[in-house]
Design a protein around this ligand. Structure first.
Ligand code: AMP
Length: 634
């Protein structure tokens, strides 16, 4: 297919102007039980139904489909530098393990359409669980293992899982993080109770089992060693999973993905974006708790018949050469990571990069946060392979902006993730008027004209209204999808992302809602009011900084009391949301900067914290509020 379209501009234009013909061709990249006759049903905008009369199965396309040609090829290699273990599974073995997991889930009562929540570290069983759900048509909802009990509880409540799959513990930097106490607490907090909990025992932390509810994976697996569980052929629109993401309210949104459109979108991306060949090896350093992990640790590489590496550990442990040693050992061809990880490596001794033969590597893709020029230049010089930035969101499931080098090789421009990806009708919109900005180099909101291409969110789980109101109604007078990112486009069609239009922040490539953190901190008995903003950080891109007004300020005059309260607040965030959301600093003030109408001046707070000019403050109620913060920051 790619060969027929050597010109990317034509390829892109066709994807928009001859949408159905274009996607009918892409649909042939996957196996269907019943091939779709209708390509896109957009009769009820903004809800797009892709391939509505087709039936397929995601697990079949990721696993079973390859058994004929590559049963003995490695499909999944689980490497942990936390436990010093490496475990490889061929496609035949993966097929068997997934069937065992599927049989166990069925024995625990899971049926097609039921939800299974997966709260797990980066171990092979997490991949088995995801694929097993896809196999039987259950909807998985993976919750990042770094989230703590109240984040987990709100997701359990929303997803209402029949079963939760978990493990005794994860590990980070050699420190064991027991999962079971957090999970038990979350289930206690949640109004919804799962019928069963399936526990993988890694032998890392004692896990108290609740009789009647909790089950041991090893014991149940032993009862289903020869399980044969056929793939359930589901309608293309059948949800494959939900994945929660932060927004501007405290309540996370369950991004709901379909089956057929997602499988096609990933298969096409593996070809046109990643130039992947079956038998290649893909090493994505993300986590299964994030969208990148869903699309490019598990499903995308497996759909393409590649070997995928699942990695538990840090990039610098046991030393900063670990990733390159993996590249050498497994002849990794494709690597996918985030700019923060590269910035971490950049601080280490460059000799580590020279120790290993990384000649197999074809390119490194980076996503999740802006890729700054010094980081891109450094890693490009060190690896001597193309560095390909790509911009997307949990909602879209695959890149919106990048360079589709599988269609036509195009030069990277530092600072730009690239051009609009085929299928995405990307527009820049004037926020105030809703008008499209067609001239080059104008700043606008990055928006996408419907229908969104296959693979993007169908809706917000059980909340169509929230889907429409949040994403499609933010621009006056238009029904258009907003990414909530600012951007500009140059004369050659390269986009540059200039930050969020809303209160979402991006810490080390992880998206966090400031409201969620504020709600958590406000729950501390001595906090009257709090504002959390994202502040530029050299390593993590942004960090969260909290400004809090204590109820009882009397004891806060000395540094020791402030430090104590700051520690308590951080502990509260760690315990409820997880360390990933912990603010870098909590500063105590007597008032927050607000307008006369009582609206919090977040931008001014952020500007002060970043030591920038605060701009026009005429609407501000009491200008001394900012002075106090400036004094505190020194
Ligand atoms: P998430 O849904 O967690 O993947 O976060 C998506 C958000 O991360 C986007 O809306 C952007 O704000 C940011 N983002 C992701 N990739 C990039 C990139 N390549 N360049 C700049 N920002 C990015």
């Amino acid at each position: 297919m790619a060969a027929e379209h050597s010109n990317y501009a034509d390829f892109y234009r066709r994807s928009i102007d001859e949408r159905d013909a274009f996607w009918a061709e892409q649909a042939r990249l996957i196996d269907w039980h019943q091939s779709p006759k209708t390509i896109c049903d957009y009769g009820k905008p903004p809800f797009a139904r892709w391939f509505p009369d087709g039936t397929t199965n995601l697990c079949h396309n990721a696993v079973d489909r390859h058994l004929a040609a590559r049963a003995q090829q490695s499909a999944l290699v689980a490497i942990s530098t936390e436990t010093n273990t490496e475990c490889a599974y061929t496609y035949a073995e993966l097929h068997q393990e997934v069937q065992r997991m599927a049989a166990v889930l069925q024995a625990l009562g899971v049926k097609q359409g039921d939800r299974v929540l997966i709260y797990m570290p980066m171990i092979a069983e997490a991949a088995f669980a995801m694929l097993a759900c896809a196999r039987i048509g259950a909807i998985h909802s993976v919750v990042f293992g770094g989230f703590a009990s109240s984040s987990l509880a709100s997701r359990i409540e929303d997803a209402e899982p029949v079963v939760i799959v978990s493990a005794d513990a994860g590990s980070r930097g050699g420190k064991v993080v027991p999962y079971k106490p957090l999970l038990d607490e979350a289930i206690d907090l949640s109004a919804h109770k799962p019928a069963a909990v399936l526990m993988v025992d890694r032998g890392m932390a004692p896990a108290a089992m609740r009789a009647g509810r909790d089950h041991d994976w090893a014991a149940l697996r032993a009862q289903h060693l020869d399980a044969q569980v056929p793939c359930a052929w589901v309608q293309a629109a059948h949800p494959s999973y939900t994945l929660y993401t932060s927004g501007t309210t405290g309540k996370p949104k369950g991004v709901q993905r379909d089956t057929g459109g997602y499988t096609v979108a990933l298969a096409a991306s593996m070809r046109h974006i990643f130039q992947a060949n079956a038998g290649d090896t893909y090493f994505c350093t993300s986590d299964i708790g994030w969208v990148v992990g869903h699309s490019y640790i598990i499903y995308g590489p497996l759909i393409a018949g590649m070997t995928t590496i699942l990695y538990e550990g840090l990039p610098i442990r046991p030393d900063a050469g670990i990733w390159w040693s993996i590249v050498e050992k497994y002849k990794v061809t494709h690597m996918f990571s985030a700019p923060t990880a590269v910035r971490v490596l950049k601080k280490q001794d460059p000799e580590y990069l020279k120790k290993y033969d990384i000649g197999s590597l074809k390119a490194l893709w980076l996503a999740g946060e802006p890729l700054d020029e010094p980081t891109a230049t450094w890693i490009s010089g060190a690896l001597q392979v193309p560095i390909i930035d790509n911009y997307w969101q949990t909602e879209t499931g695959w890149p919106i902006l990048t360079l589709c080098n599988g269609v036509q090789q195009q030069a990277s421009r530092f600072g730009s993730p690239g051009k609009a990806v085929y299928g995405y009708n990307v527009k820049l919109i004037d926020e105030a008027t809703g008008e499209e900005l067609t001239a080059p180099n104008q700043k606008g909101v990055v928006a996408i004209e419907g229908p969104l291409p296959p693979g993007c969110l169908q809706t917000v789980w059980r909340n169509d209204e929230r889907f429409v109101n949040t994403y499609w109604k933010s621009i006056p007078g238009r029904l258009i999808y907003s990414t909530f990112d600012w951007g500009i486009r140059d004369e050659d069609g390269y986009y540059f992302i200039l930050g969020r239009t809303d209160d979402v922040i991006n810490v080390a490539g992880h998206r966090l809602g400031t409201r969620e953190i504020e709600e958590c901190i406000a729950g501390h008995p001595n906090i009257a009011e709090v504002a959390v903003v994202g502040v530029a950080d050299q390593l993590k891109g942004q960090v969260a900084m909290a400004f809090a007004v204590p109820r009882d300020a009397s004891g806060l005059t000395d540094a020791a009391a402030r430090l104590k309260l700051e520690g308590e607040v951080m502990k509260q965030v760690d315990g409820q949301l997880g360390a990933v959301a912990r603010p870098a600093r909590v500063l105590f003030v007597t008032q927050l900067p607000k307008t006369r109408s009582g609206k919090l001046l977040r931008r001014a707070l952020q500007a002060v914290a970043e030591r920038r000019d605060t701009g026009d403050l005429t609407t501000m109620e009491d200008p001394t509020a900012l002075q106090q913060i400036k004094d505190l920051l020194g």
